[in-house]
Design a protein around this ligand. Structure first.
Ligand SMILES: Cc1cc2nc3c(=O)[nH]c(=O)nc-3n(C[C@H](O)[C@H](O)[C@H](O)COP(=O)(O)OP(=O)(O)OC[C@H]3O[C@@H](n4cnc5c(N)ncnc54)[C@H](O)[C@@H]3O)c2cc1C
Length: 507
């Protein structure tokens, strides 16, 4: 028998007893890291003259680009953010060889203009930072993607979806202007009126047109609570009704939030929410407190009762309702994480930093993930919902599945719709270990991608992409993107999006 090496032994322990490592080692580090981030973010909110500081940070970045242009103009550029810090399961191989431009200090909110209802932020500002800063002002951004650590520029570059998307579209559709550093180092502002071609080409360009150094995001009024209504659907024949009901709710006014959690083809809960300043005390549920059940587990209990239920949740708790359990991903790492004992004694240590989980996963866990784990968000027309769920069920068997309707406007750029008019789409979020034996990462993902393409849908760019360049070109409209690459001489400075996101380009 081959005696395992120390590192193999370490990995075997890591897999079998990953929860020990996570609970005893990773959680305490995660707490310190979160504390450090929270303090530095709080401090950054109170820095006076942030615009000045911002301008000087941008100058530093310009200097980095100029240096590269002078010394190694043939070497392509990318952001200096290490791969393990990003939310995507993968890290780009190009990080090892490209000229890295350090944007790491661009983490501040530097202006809130309540007259124009705009907030100006630097690209690495996170969703948690935004809700923490805006909540006391009774303001919010129209779309707040779920996980605390998602960054503004990451969501613009790779698409951002949330339960407000049926009203406002994707995250990029709430962004009214970008400041971009072009390959020459020139700073350009773009919006629907100023350099509109660049403005529409930036979303989905994955850092291949320039570096975004500031973003103006629309602000809307916020209320204190969300009144939630849970509607269980308990028969497979109801899947048609689910799609119709989702479309009806998404197109009528009065629903600020819509999502559905699919526990199996005949067990779905549709959830709608409306912002409100009033609440009924008996129906108040502050779900975000650490001792409370994980949100998807709470919803599952409502499903068992098979009755429509209403409750009130504080807005901030609602925005980050899936964060503690990373949707349902944490249940596979800490299986007892939702047990009341764990919640009461250790619940306050969550959410764990995804970046730390990634940093410490080791090769063996990574390989297992590659073989058996799916992390995909596919955006398909809402009319294809039932067929998509049946197809995903057959190919992966993964549950729960997250559904979120999206009103997609037909704008120029990567996501230009073939129909040429606004359409209601739905995000199908599949996260977890596969439950069917026929699953093979490459073959199955290609089948899913083909299904999505045939239905004129899109795959989120953070996910594993097995498409060929031609297939990718069919899914995403490259016309405006290529025009901008030529106009701003990006070919020498950056790879194409496909070259950054296809499976061979990532580790
Ligand atoms: C478990 C899980 C759950 C998720 N849940 C959601 C969800 O609820 N809603 C949702 O919308 N998405 C979700 N996502 C996906 C998420 O939207 C993407 O990962 C997205 O790209 C944001 O990730 P990030 O902030 O880590 O950005 P990064 O991965 O760091 O950035 C993406 C790319 O953009 C480029 N880039 C970043 N900053 C700049 C810049 N300033 N200038 C130029 N280029 C830049 C870089 O090339 C980078 O590789 C989820 C992902 C995971 C893994």
């Amino acid at each position: 028998m081959k005696i395992p090496t120390v590192s193999e032994l370490f990995e075997i322990i890591l897999i079998k007893y990953r929860w020990v490592f996570v609970v005893l080692f990773l959680l305490p580090i995660s707490i310190l890291y979160t504390l450090y981030e929270a303090i530095s973010q709080r401090l950054s909110l109170h820095i006076k003259g942030s615009q000045k500081i911002h301008d000087s940070l941008v100058k530093d970045i310009q200097a980095q680009i100029h240096l590269r242009n002078k010394t190694e103009p043939q070497r392509k550029m990318c952001t200096g953010r290490p791969g393990w810090k990003a939310m995507s399961f993968r890290a780009g191989k190009y990080k090892e060889t490209f000229w890295k431009i350090d944007l790491g200090k661009l983490v501040n909110i530097f202006a809130i203009d309540t007259d124009k209802n705009l907030i100006w932020v630097e690209p690495l500002v996170t969703m948690k930072q935004l809700t923490t800063a805006l909540n006391p002002l009774h303001l919010t951004i129209p779309i707040v993607p779920e996980l605390d650590d998602l960054t503004v520029s990451g969501l613009i570059m790779g698409m951002g979806v949330e339960t407000q998307s049926h009203c406002y579209g994707l995250f990029q559709h709430c962004c009214v202007a970008y400041d971009v550093l072009l390959p020459t180092g020139e700073l350009v502002r773009c919006s629907a009126n100023e350099n509109p071609d660049l403005y529409y080409a930036i979303p989905g360009s994955y850092g291949t047109l320039g570096f975004v150094v500031a973003v103006a995001i629309r602000l809307i009024p916020a209320k204190k609570y969300v009144k939630l209504r849970y509607i269980p659907f308990k028969q497979i024949s109801n899947l048609d009704r689910l799609g119709n009901e989702m479309l009806k709710l998404a197109t009528e006014s009065g629903h600020d939030f819509i999502e559905a959690i699919v526990y199996s083809l005949d067990n779905v809960v549709l959830i709608t929410g409306t912002m409100t300043d009033e609440y009924v005390l008996e129906k108040m549920n502050s779900i975000g407190y650490f001792w409370k059940p994980w949100f998807y587990k709470h919803v599952e209990e409502i499903l068992q009762s098979n009755e429509i239920k209403e409750e009130y949740i504080p807005l901030q708790h609602y925005y980050h309702r899936h964060s503690r359990s990373i949707f349902w991903e944490l249940s596979e790492i800490v299986p007892f994480g939702n047990h009341p004992l764990f919640r009461y004694f250790f619940g306050w240590t969550l959410p764990i930093k995804i970046s730390l989980l990634k940093r410490t996963q080791g090769k063996t866990i990574k390989k297992l993930y590659e073989k058996h784990h799916v992390l995909q968000d596919m955006i398909v027309p809402l009319s294809a919902l039932k067929d998509s769920l049946v197809f995903f069920d057959a190919k992966t068997g993964i549950y729960p599945i997250w559904l979120c309707p999206i009103r997609l406007p037909s704008l120029p750029g990567m996501l230009r719709l073939q129909s040429g008019k606004e359409e209601m789409y739905v995000d199908i979020g599949v996260y977890g270990n596969v439950r069917v034996t026929s699953y093979q990462a490459k073959k199955t993902t290609r089948e899913l991608e083909c299904f999505v393409r045939e239905h004129h849908g899109f795959q989120m760019l953070y996910a594993d992409c097995y498409m060929t360049r031609e297939e990718f070109g069919k899914m995403f409209d490259h016309e405006l993107y290529e025009k901008m690459r030529r106009r701003y001489t990006c070919e020498e400075a950056f790879p194409e999006v496909y070259e950054k996101i296809n499976i061979c380009a990532r580790t």
